[in-house]
Design a binder for this molecule. Structure first.
Ligand code: NAD
Ligand code: GLY
Length: 378
């Protein structure tokens, strides 16, 4: 048993098996936490050049301590590498090291590594065990939990993928010490998202503690990660495969956000930044639908600004936005479905947004959330 007094544990109840999310400082060196989830004493670690510099050797040490044989693959860093070439590189390396069905793939890194390594684990030999060790705030509060894995396609974000739940999510909060501020902010966007879609008390708490969160106060940060993961775990338990519409609510801001990422070129806008600007567009559309009032919209804008996140999306032209959004995974029978806010703390998935209102919020002059010329945030 772990004697880490600061560690918190949540359980994700997935259809195949339940699995724990462990959150706390220093978990990377706690061999017992990982050992319990390995089927066999060998592990294949996928990471990238940046994360490897800080955390690959410590993880290898931890695993060696318990007699686990490790192989690794260090990918180049960046969203542009979340593609089929990297996927094939992981498969090739797994094969060349003669990894087998019981070899555990460990994703050590942010959401890019997690999605890529997760998809490789889902597809290698039709599925091998996976452990997620997220090292960005975004990955700790969102992408490592819930089993969505995949890669980008030139025509759109995350279009190729699979559900593959991990055996364990190990979120060592100390790894966030080395995370650049821009990446930290991007993670805060996903944290704000949970408050907006389903947890008004959490939104109120964030309003009170946002500056402490941005200063990475350890207690506030741990609490924000815990509540975010609890929200995500509850949603995943109820709609693991995104069939009822509930899980789709986690995509507030993502329809617009993915269009921003695609339009600007992968990696120009960070995923979390695009989600932040996208959430404001979704909120503005919700206001035009008469669902939230101006005070609520202003409150969301203020929170996003205080987090240092962009409050305006680039002006690509409404018709190009509409074209990119038409390849969103939520499109149903050709109709774009948006996650909008019925009220603060309650999101809905709807295909009812009138085209002229969508066009208006994407048009400078009619919308304060679109900027011209739309430089990348920095
Ligand atoms: P990322 O993986 O690109 O990481 C951001 C940057 O931080 C990278 O340069 C990375 O090398 C670096 N980094 C990672 N950990 C670090 C650390 N501890 N110290 C210093 N640098 C570190 O980006 P991200 O924001 O973590 O993830 C974004 C990706 O996640 C997108 O591809 C998005 O589509 C995906 N995503 C997936 C889900 C899901 O449910 N699967 C949910 C949300 C986002
Ligand atoms: N990030 C959205 C989901 O996991 O469903």
């Amino acid at each position: 048993m772990s004697n880490n007094l600061f560690m918190k544990t949540l359980t994700v109840n997935a259809s195949g098996a339940s699995y724990p999310i462990q959150i706390g400082p220093g978990l990377l060196s706690q061999a017992d936490l990982i050992q319990a989830h390995l089927e066999r004493p060998d592990a294949f670690i996928v990471t990238n050049t940046t994360v490897a510099r800080y955390y690959l050797a410590p993880l290898q040490r931890t695993l060696r301590e318990i007699g686990v044989r490790t192989f690794d693959l260090i990918l180049p860093d960046g969203e542009t590498y979340k593609n089929r070439e990297s996927l094939h590189a992981i498969h090739d390396a797994l094969l060349s090291h003669r990894c087998e069905r019981k070899t555990t793939v460990i994703a050590l890194g942010g959401g890019v590594v997690g999605d890529l390594a997760g998809f490789a684990a889902a597809t290698f030999l039709r599925g091998v065990p996976l452990i997620q060790i997220p090292t960005t705030l975004l990955a700790q509060v969102d992408s490592s939990v819930g089993g969505k894995t995949g890669i980008n396609h030139p025509l759109g974000k995350n279009l190729i993928g699979a559900f593959h739940q991990p055996r364990l999510v190990l979120a060592d909060t100390q790894t966030l010490d080395t995370l650049p501020v821009r990446e930290f902010r991007a993670g805060v966007a996903e944290i704000i998202k949970y408050g907006l879609i389903r947890d008004l008390p959490f939104l109120d708490w964030l309003d009170l503690h946002l500056e402490a969160l941005m200063a990475r106060d350890p207690e506030i940060l741990a609490q924000a990660i815990l509540v975010s993961c609890r929200n995500k775990a509850e949603v995943v338990a109820q709609d693991e495969f995104e069939t009822t519409g509930l899980r789709a609510l986690l995509n507030l801001g993502h329809t617009f956000g993915h269009a921003i990422e695609t339009g600007a070129g992968y990696g120009t806008w960070l995923h979390g930044e695009a989600v932040a600007a996208g959430m404001l567009l979704a909120a503005a559309l919700s206001e035009r639908m008469g669902w939230i009032d101006k005070a609520a919209l202003d409150r969301i804008e203020n929170l996003i600004r205080r987090a240092g996140l962009p409050t305006q999306a680039p002006d690509f032209g409404a018709s190009r936005y509409l074209a990119w959004m038409a390849s969103d995974k939520k499109v149903d029978a050709g109709r774009i479905r948006f996650v909008l806010l019925k009220r603060l703390g309650e999101a809905v998935l709807t295909a009812e947004a009138p085209l002229e209102e969508v066009t208006a919020i994407l048009t400078p002059g009619q919308s304060r959330f679109i900027e011209n010329p739309g430089a990348a945030p920095g």
